[in-house]
Design a binder for this molecule. Structure first.
Ligand code: URA
Length: 238
């Protein structure tokens, strides 16, 4: 992807926001147990942003999102559609690792969500791919399950930025369920086409169908049955 025709200044604004508000954040108790804050990584001028759930063990140690097994799958999926990490921006709903990779709580999400919304406001991605239930529910403002809405793009405005939200299964879920992986691949394959659609919508200044981020928070999703015993990856995502 050629970022050269994109507006500039995002990198500086993002770095300043991270330095001032994210990297030393103590707005919730997760600050006490973290090794590093995982602010996000990639191209601050990206057209496409991916939003996961929260850092896991490896992300917490390295300070970079999606560097574990789920991250390797995300890299493969990006490669399938001719993209690399440097073409997109990757972030999470939570910037700090929940202990044992448990699900984020409503309180943690509430404390952390301003960081994600500010990232979207600065980067102004045309397409926002939400990975799994937590990112999808937060960004859409709707309680829908990812199993129902994956692969269904939704034009909406996030903090004044007109975008196309594109919910996808979380790669960690797809790691253990071959059928889900196949679905995730099929959904991912539509991203190049959706970048075009999102660009046209933005050029036309199309009105968003749904105002999302100021909507009331949906209830916390129910936790699935016990995951496999490997706690180094997050699995509460199905
Ligand atoms: N899962 C996530 O949701 N985010 C990460 O950064 C890694 C795994």
């Amino acid at each position: 992807m050629e970022p050269s025709d994109r507006p500039t200044g995002h990198a500086e604004a993002l770095a300043a926001y991270h330095a001032e508000h994210v990297l030393g954040c103590t707005k919730c108790p997760l600050a006490e147990g973290r090794t590093t804050v995982v602010a996000g990584s990639g191209n601050p001028d990206a057209r496409v942003m991916f939003v996961g759930e929260a850092p896991g063990y490896h992300e917490d140690r390295q300070g970079v999102p999606f560097v574990g097994q789920a991250g390797r799958l995300l890299d493969e999926l990006l490669e399938r559609i001719g993209l690399a990490r440097d073409d997109v921006f990757i972030a999470n709903v939570l910037k700090c690792r929940p202990p044992g990779n448990r699900n984020p709580t409503a309180r943690e999400i509430e404390a952390c969500e301003p960081h994600l919304f500010r990232q979207v406001a600065i980067i102004q991605p045309m397409l926002v791919c939400s990975l799994g239930n937590f990112a999808t529910r937060l960004l859409s403002g709707r309680p829908d399950s990812i199993s129902r809405v994956h692969g269904c793009e939704l034009p909406l405005e996030i903090r004044g930025v007109p975008t196309l939200l594109y919910p996808l299964f979380h790669p960690a879920a797809a790691l253990y369920t071959p059928a889900m992986r196949a679905t995730l691949e099929t959904d991912m394959d539509r991203i190049p086409e959706l970048i075009g659609t999102a660009g046209e919508l933005r050029e036309r200044g199309a009105a968003p169908a749904v105002p999302s981020v100021d909507a009331p928070r949906p209830p916390e999703p129910t936790v699935p049955a016990a995951p496999p015993p490997d706690t180094s990856e997050q699995l509460g995502l199905f």
